[in-house]
Design a protein around this ligand. Structure first.
Ligand SMILES: CC(C)(COP(=O)(O)OP(=O)(O)OC[C@H]1O[C@@H](n2cnc3c(N)ncnc32)[C@H](O)[C@@H]1OP(=O)(O)O)[C@@H](O)C(=O)NCCC(=O)NCCS
Length: 315
């Protein structure tokens, strides 16, 4: 069974309610039908513009929905320190992205998948403002799950959200990426904090940031192994690990790779995708109190189905 078949199978046993905010997009409707007809999730569409939606799908119209006022009040309470009024809150929540995020915040849905016609920034802003961060998190970030034909699956973080994380943020990215890896792939994470140095082979303030982030990760007494600083070859190739990082529990067998900044993470996932023929699933957004996933605007309806399955597993 390959990675995509595996996440579809495991998602189908969770029966999660997944909101898909842009029903004017034909790809979203097709994905919703597929999710429902194959019992992968319970899709909820949000009516906007003149979309014609098959009758057997669940559809919500934010403007006439009786929960609009309550969601707007909750949003107003969360955001009034920013100077917004109650009337403005109602207008904001009528937006399908904010309505979907409010459904998650209220427990009226388990996850949301958006972004086929919105930017990453718009999806993240709705999620951060209406859902908020999960307990203990200080930053919203993302991973891509990189899967190969031969069954290998690796998690890369962060590749899409935080340009230059500080050491506390990098530690949170490592912890959240490990948890995402475990939830989505069902396998134990082994986290490599990547750098251009392995175990003191070079000295630089950028290396110190990675080392300090690892120290913060270790203070959390988590039940997965993490090590650093490691170069990518020492993290993934056992023979090189023996030479460069002898005794490490992670070196040579890492499956979660934490990049020191967005330049490195974004470039690395695209190189893996384009030169090594990996399938990149994501960005999987993490750090939120409830899972709201982002899509690329070039996504296919099958990508939306797969992202909804990942979203179901993120609960
Ligand atoms: C997340 C994002 C949308 C925030 O954009 P923004 O609204 O311009 O950001 P600001 O710095 O003005 O922050 C706005 C609020 O969001 C919060 N915030 C921003 N980034 C955050 C993050 N990663 N995690 C948690 N909170 C965040 C800020 O603390 C601030 O909170 P406040 O309103 O309560 O004070 C922005 O970082 C973004 O667009 N990231 C995506 C990058 C991208 O385009 N990637 C695509 C490459 S694949």
């Amino acid at each position: 069974m390959n990675f995509i078949q595996d996440i579809r199978k495991r998602a189908s046993s969770t029966s999660k309610r997944i909101v898909l905010p842009r029903s004017s997009d034909i790809r979203v409707i097709k994905a919703a039908e597929y999710l429902q007809d194959n019992n992968l999730a319970k899709p909820i569409l949000i009516q906007n513009e003149e979309a014609s939606i098959p009758k057997h799908l669940d559809v919500i119209d934010p403007v006439s929905d009786e929960r609009l006022k309550a969601y707007a009040t909750t949003f107003y309470e969360r955001r009034k320190h920013k100077g917004i009024s109650e009337a403005e809150s109602i207008e904001i929540i009528k937006d399908p992205l904010f309505f979907a995020a409010s459904m998650l915040a209220a427990g009226d849905a388990d996850g949301a998948v958006a972004g086929s016609v919105a930017t990453t920034g718009d999806v993240l802003r709705a999620a951060i403002q209406a859902i908020g961060l999960k307990k203990g998190s200080n930053v919203v970030s993302s991973v891509f799950i990189m899967s190969f034909e031969d069954g290998r699956v690796y998690t890369y973080g962060d590749c899409a959200v935080v340009p230059y994380p500080n050491e506390e943020q990098l530690a949170t990215i490592a912890i959240d990426s490990a948890q995402t890896h475990e939830k989505v792939t069902g396998t134990d994470p082994k986290v490599a904090m990547l750098s251009f140095s392995t175990k003191g082979s070079a000295q630089h303030e950028r290396i110190d940031l990675v080392k300090n982030a690892l120290e913060i990760v270790k203070t959390h007494n988590l039940d997965f192994s993490a090590d650093g600083e490691l170069q990518f070859d020492a993290a993934i190739i056992p023979e090189i690990a023996k030479r460069k990082a002898p005794g490490s529990e992670v070196a040579g067998q890492a499956n979660v790779f934490i990049f020191p900044n967005l330049d490195a993470g974004n470039i690395a996932y695209k190189i893996t995708e384009r030169l090594a023929d990996a399938t990149a699933t994501g960005p999987v957004i993490q750090g939120l109190a409830k899972p709201m996933m982002d899509l690329s605007r070039g996504c296919s309806w099958e990508d939306i189905v797969n992202t909804a399955c990942v979203c179901a597993l993120m609960n």
